[in-house]
Design a protein around this ligand. Structure first.
Ligand SMILES: Nc1ncnc2c1ncn2[C@@H]1O[C@H](COP(=O)(O)OP(=O)(O)OP(=O)(O)O)[C@@H](O)[C@H]1O
Ligand SMILES: [Mg+2]
Length: 526
């Protein structure tokens, strides 16, 4: 249970006499309850401590519920804390908003006094946003407050149902299994958001039925979207829609189900994830999407550009928020598309505070140490920008290289894109997806990417549609002959990508699909 993790971390911090802790959470109420529980539990802390809370509106509130006189301003409240001689925990809510020079100075005094003093005292800053002035960084430890666990959400749901059924306000037709699904669907929400979601599901028709699950899903979608960093993506394609890349697909298929308890019993560590790099338009993003559909897991896309954009929150906080939301949604696939975009910002000029490197470090450390089943699929185009530490063994489980499709792979891609469209009789007419046609198209498109092949199919369809007639072989041939593939216009860049990958990454193409005879085949002859 995640809150057990928090309790363990907190009691360790208390016992280690860390003077100032920073707990970042929107859920002030729940976090306060957890902090109080730890502070008072003799099993968790050797000496139980009194809990005092401060907020800008109420001042310093003592354990008996009364306000300490003369301790409304943050400076006065901190001085009061410094003068307290009993074992105590001072929780300062929203202190981050008032961190002026005087407060920072006082906090440094607190750090020195609480670290050395004979009586255990801790100051906890509890705030919805992480904001630590540079001068205080060394004195403050950050503690993660996880989103509610499934058991917490399930307890909330059961209580809401009991309350509303008792008063006759609603009818409930959920089995215990349905309740579990509701609780799981609300993972990743704060308790307050989950309560809103369940309430909405109940009030629309005074019935709580399995179909109301959609309301919870929608609420979660909104909550995730509000963060502006993560986005739920609806995968429309499965692995069967990815032509070629058999080596990569096999690797992925073999990891299906590794997040289940069953796999842990085999002693398998949860897979960390995979980095897919390669030539543009050859199926990197497509594969990332297809995996989640194949595994039946939700797909979350992390926008690295936004993490660093400064449009929402500080980049450090953004990264932590995103990681936490992904963990709360686990098991899931976290797709970090174009990871180098974040890197560009992290090493870019104008950033001389080291924030970028730190944020990226947070991601890498998490990648290595995460225990929750979040399968990371990162894709990258601009490999020159990838730092060595990202590529070190143990970060990702594997690094795959997606090259321009080989002959057999192009046949597979043509098949994927044509068979879907030709299933419509008005489009297909007498055109048959024969081996001869596929062979011809495959030969014509040496050096074309999957995206270019797809564009060829679409362009041919436009021609046929303009004349309201079935698609013909000539439409396809004309469409691809009229395009100059990227492998020609950007030959140098692609050669550089290949040279880089040949020593560092595993080919996504399976050996049996390699082009034989013509060197690497592409751009030359099929
Ligand atoms: N191997 C493939 N099989 C089937 N379709 C493909 C394949 N590769 C590319 N496509 C088609 O091209 C489109 C674009 O591919 P995708 O977005 O996966 O490329 P990418 O490698 O992520 O490129 P970029 O580097 O530009 O992001 C896909 O949506 C798909 O329709
Ligand atoms: Mg892509």
């Amino acid at each position: 249970m995640p809150s057990d993790g928090f309790r363990a971390d907190l009691s360790q911090a208390f016992r280690a006499r860390i003077p100032i802790l920073y707990v970042e959470s929107y859920e002030e109420h729940r976090a306060l309850a957890e902090i109080a529980a730890v502070a008072r539990d003799p099993e968790l802390v050797r000496t139980p401590r009194a809990l005092l809370t401060w907020s800008p509106t109420s001042g310093l509130i003592q354990p008996d519920g009364t306000a300490r006189r003369g301790a409304i301003d943050p400076e006065d409240a901190i001085v009061a804390a410094l003068r307290t001689e009993e074992p105590s925990v001072f929780v300062f809510c929203d202190l981050h908003a008032t961190l002026g020079p005087a407060v920072v100075r006082l906090l440094r005094d607190v750090a020195a006094a609480f670290r050395a003093g004979p009586v255990p005292r801790t100051l906890v800053i509890l705030a919805p946003a992480l904001h630590i002035p540079h001068d205080l960084e060394r004195d403050v430890s950050i503690l993660d407050f996880p989103l509610p666990a499934e058991t917490d959400i399930r307890a909330l749901l059961d209580r809401m149902i009991d309350d509303n059924v008792a008063t006759g306000r609603i009818t409930v037709t959920l089995t215990s299994g349905d309740r579990e699904r509701f609780a799981k669907a609300a993972l990743g929400l704060t308790l307050h958001e989950a309560e809103n979601a369940f309430a909405r599901a109940m009030v629309d028709d005074q019935v709580l039925a399995p179909a109301d699950l959609a309301v919870v899903h929608e609420e979660k979608r909104q909550a995730v979207r509000k963060s502006g960093l993560l986005e739920f993506v609806e995968p429309h394609a499965g692995l069967a829609d990815v032509g070629g890349l058999e080596n990569l697909k096999r690797w992925l298929v073999r990891r299906d189900g590794t997040w289940l308890d069953e796999a842990a019993a085999w002693g398998l560590p949860a897979p960390r994830g995979v980095l897919i790099t390669g030539v543009p338009g050859c199926g990197k993003s497509l594969t990332a999407k297809a995996v989640s559909a194949g595994w039946g897991l939700p797909l979350l896309r992390l926008d690295m550009g936004r993490v660093f954009s400064g449009l929402v929150g500080s980049s450090e906080q953004n990264m932590r928020t995103a990681i936490r939301a992904a963990e709360a949604t686990s098991p899931c696939v976290l797709w970090v598309d174009e990871i180098e975009k974040g890197l560009a910002a992290s090493s870019g000029s104008g950033d001389n505070t080291g924030t970028g490197a730190r944020v990226f470090g947070t991601f890498l450390t998490w990648l290595q140490e995460k225990t929750r089943p979040v399968f990371v699929i990162a894709t990258a185009n601009d490999i020159d920008r990838l730092p060595a530490e990202l590529l070190r063994k143990g970060r990702f489980d594997e690094i795959f290289f997606v090259d321009l499709p080989t002959g057999p792979e192009r046949t597979a891609i043509w098949t994927v894109h044509l068979s879907r469209r030709l299933s419509h009789p008005a489009v297909a007419g007498r055109l048959d997806l024969s081996p001869d046609l596929l062979f011809e198209l495959t030969k014509l498109t040496a050096g074309y990417s999957g995206a270019e092949i797809e564009q060829g199919v679409v362009a041919a369809l436009y021609d046929a549609f303009a004349e309201r007639r079935p698609l013909q072989r000539d439409d396809l041939v004309r469409a691809v002959s009229n395009t100059v593939p990227l492998s020609v216009t950007q030959a140098e860049r692609i050669a550089a990508i290949r040279a880089w990958a040949s020593t560092r990454a595993v080919a996504a193409t399976a050996p049996e699909d390699w082009d034989l005879g013509a060197g690497n085949g592409r751009a030359v002859e099929f």
